[in-house]
Design a protein around this ligand. Sequence first.
Ligand SMILES: O=C(O)CNC(=O)[C@H](CS)NC(=O)CCC(=O)C(=O)O
Length: 277
Amino acid sequence: MNVAVIQLSSQDDVEANLGRARALIADAARAGAELVALPENFAFMGDETKKREIAETVGDGRGGAMGPIVSSLVAAAEESRVSIVAGGMPEASGDRERPFNTSLLIAPGQGVVARYRKIHLFDVDLPDGTNLLESGATSAGAEPTIAEVAGRAGVPVTLGMTICYDVRFPELYRRLVDRGARIVTVPAAFTVPTGKDHWHVLLRARAIENQVFVLAPAQHGKHPRGRQTYGKSLIVDPWGDVLAQAAEGEGFALARLDFAAQDRVRAALPCLSHRRL
Ligand SMILES: O=C(O)CNC(=O)[C@H](CS)NC(=O)CCC(=O)C(=O)O
């Protein structure tokens, strides 16, 4: 299966962000991608008040009400005949002040087929002055989520869905692998100080210990409110090798996932069946 991770520098103009995201989805599909993944905050990066306003109710995509962000991506999936993991986006919750940070899987001809709400929220006060309190404007999810995704050959593969800061909680990935995940997605908006030291290490560790492909599309560069993100969107294989990394700026990285090679890694080094705890 050919996959792409899209790298964006999202700002606070939803239409402009979606326009660039859709252009890159189309480019990646033309380059052969069957599954493309968008970063966290792909539709909006800006102030929390506006984020709350653009939060959408996420239906199942089959005739239910869809907001502008989801309908735009459902149309993109249709146009390019490609499955889309739609990063993290604000999903209306019961708490008007705190939408969920939700990742969707959208399949061509099927609309939204899976929905994951970010479980671990990024509340930190870093030595460089980075002070983020995600839980102040976001509700936490509670359900580890897997979904089936099919490429052009039509053979379904199990995908585990996570978001950004989740990558620091290996027990979540164990759950997903125990439920059959062969690919995990980690759409992100990593900070620069944590990214430079942790991004590659964490993603490669999750890939190695779980023998999964890791798709990590990321935000890059400067955003409103002085935020700056690390970029370096990655595709990692189950051995931990980096198959592709996006260059600076907006764009995408593409790789072919070889599931037979994954089976060989799992057979040769069966750490998943050597677990004792
Ligand atoms: O706030 C929003 O609008 C959307 N959410 C994000 O950008 C989130 C929370 S602030 N970013 C992260 O989780 C970065 C994690 C990270 O950098 C690390 O684990 O080191």
